[in-house]
Ligand binder design. Structure first.
Ligand SMILES: Nc1ncnc2c1ncn2[C@@H]1O[C@H](COP(=O)(O)OP(=O)(O)OP(=O)(O)O)[C@@H](O)[C@H]1O
Ligand SMILES: [Mg+2]
Length: 458
């Protein structure tokens, strides 16, 4: 039996016999089948029933299957499409893939091929749903924890970037949150309902990168038995993150530059480029400018990518955020692992605040996870920390600073020591929760830039 919510298939074909055969075949497999003999009837059905998958013929009088696919991609984002072509037409297939069909079948095809294509398309839909459910929920700060001046500046930059379509370059050391920033831009932009596609350029072998990014047409190379969409086609309407863009070879850099200039992508083996509507965000943990000077990164590409730059500061430059991050990750992992909120000894908090965090937020996140597993929700003592961190307590080395700042830092330390539990912190500090909240509020006006809803586009 097919799972109920994913079994509604609409078949669109102007030939009554073909329609009938497909209907009988798929009904026998427990799919709930709807049929239409033209595109306008199909659209009516799509508007009244939540269809999971559309199987459409390519050639139809009046309005073609391609127009139907285009309509589905624009209006029914979740619906999958399989296109049937009457003859082995590369052009039709490529167009179909480009328009957003998941699969195409060339007539004649066997029942087996049909069922496989249907299952593949439905599985893909299910996967996308799961991914979407796990998509971070963003409040005003898009899931980015921290109140330091540097983080507030970054949030303001993200907000500005999300209102434009400009290419963004995100720079920062490893583990600082570059991908989080890229996601925040995408999910707060108008493209939020289209895909966000992160591609780690450093992890894909040089030889494969071009076909992975741009896709390929059938026969482009040995083994290319069918056309396949690349990351750029998948991201159409959305955003692509070219992570570790500095790892791209010079040859690939030239190809990427062309995409940026023409807004067109050429599938490997295809003679024509096709338009794509993709916002590009690139990230690098190396100083790209420096790489340009060394001659290993093209200057023209650097300028194209560097329209808007967001620099994610290393954690050691924003120690004010450490306590908030400890509280955030403690809550997250205690919850996920079903453990009690642990408490941190004062010494531990001091050590963590004094540590340099070469692995930045990822290192902090991993440490908290490990501590919660190891200490099983009990009190965390200095001996639980790795030795490099134990020696980072430097009493008396803090420079003088305003009382309010010192007070806020102290409150954060107390908060972190009780795993972010505000009532416990207020108890220890002998103040009420409201006072606690007030004292933690940043008192300059900068924060409003990041959180205020500003409808004017940039
Ligand atoms: N400000 C933040 N608040 C909460 N979580 C954060 C923050 N910044 C980063 N993280 C978390 O830290 C981890 C590392 O972040 P991310 O993967 O975005 O870093 P990165 O800069 O892309 O690292 P790399 O260069 O290694 O790819 C992720 O789990 C991310 O959710
Ligand atoms: Mg990353």
């Amino acid at each position: 039996m097919k799972v109920l919510e994913r079994n509604k298939i609409l078949i669109v074909d102007d030939a009554p016999t073909a329609l009938d055969i497909l209907r009988r075949n798929l009904s026998s497999q427990d799919y709930q089948v709807f049929t239409a003999s033209n595109v306008s009837d199909a659209v009516k059905i799509l508007e009244s029933v939540p269809i999971n998958l559309v199987i459409t013929d390519y050639k139809m009088p009046k309005i073609s299957g391609l127009d139907l696919i285009r309509h589905i991609r624009e209006n029914f984002y979740e619906t999958e499409v399989i296109m049937i072509t009457g003859y082995a037409s590369v052009k039709g297939a490529v167009e179909a893939v480009k328009m957003g069909a998941e699969e195409y079948l060339t007539k004649p095809f066997t029942d087996e091929e049909l069922f496989h294509a249907v299952e593949r398309a439905l599985n893909k839909q299910e996967l996308r749903r799961i991914v979407q459910a796990e998509k971070p929920r963003f409040s005003d700060s898009y899931g980015i924890v921290g109140k330091s001046r540097l983080v507030r500046k970054m949030l303001a930059d993200i907000e500005k970037a999300s209102k434009s379509n400009a290419t963004v370059l995100v720079l920062g050391e490893s583990g600082t949150g570059k991908e989080l920033v890229a996601r925040a831009i995408h999910y707060s932009s108008r493209r939020a309902s289209a895909p966000f596609v992160p591609v780690n350029c450093g992890a894909i072998p040089e030889k494969l990168l071009e076909s992975e990014l741009f896709g390929y047409v059938k026969g482009a190379f040995t083994g290319a038995n069918e056309s396949r969409a690349g990351f750029f086609q998948t991201a159409d309407g959305g955003t692509i993150l070219l992570d570790e863009v500095n790892e791209m070879s010079i040859a690939m850099q030239v190809k990427l530059l062309r995409v940026l200039q023409d807004k067109q992508v050429c599938m490997v083996g295809d003679r024509k480029s096709r338009k794509v509507d993709v916002r590009i965000i690139a990230s690098s943990n190396k100083d790209l400018r420096g790489l340009v000077n060394k001659g290993v990164f093209r200057e023209d590409l650097f300028f194209r990518l560097n329209v808007v730059t967001i620099t994610v500061p290393p954690l050691r430059n924003r120690p004010e955020d450490i306590a908030d991050l400890i509280a955030h990750f403690t809550g997250k992992f205690a919850d996920e692992l079903g453990k009690n909120l642990p408490t941190f000894s004062d010494e531990v908090v001091q050590a963590l605040m004094g540590y340099a965090w070469p692995g930045n937020i990822r290192e902090l996140e991993n440490l908290i996870q490990r501590l919660i597993i190891m200490t099983d929700g009990q009190k965390i003592e200095i001996t639980d920390l790795p030795s490099v961190m134990r020696f980072s307590i430097t009493p008396g080395s803090v420079p003088f600073r305003p009382l309010a700042e010192e007070e806020a830092a102290y409150i954060r330390r107390v908060l972190a020591s009780v795993g972010g539990n505000k009532s416990r912190a207020a108890e220890i500090l002998r103040i009420d929760r409201k006072t606690l909240r007030d004292k933690l509020k940043p008192n300059d006006s900068e924060i409003n830039i990041a959180t205020k809803k500003n409808n004017k586009s940039v």
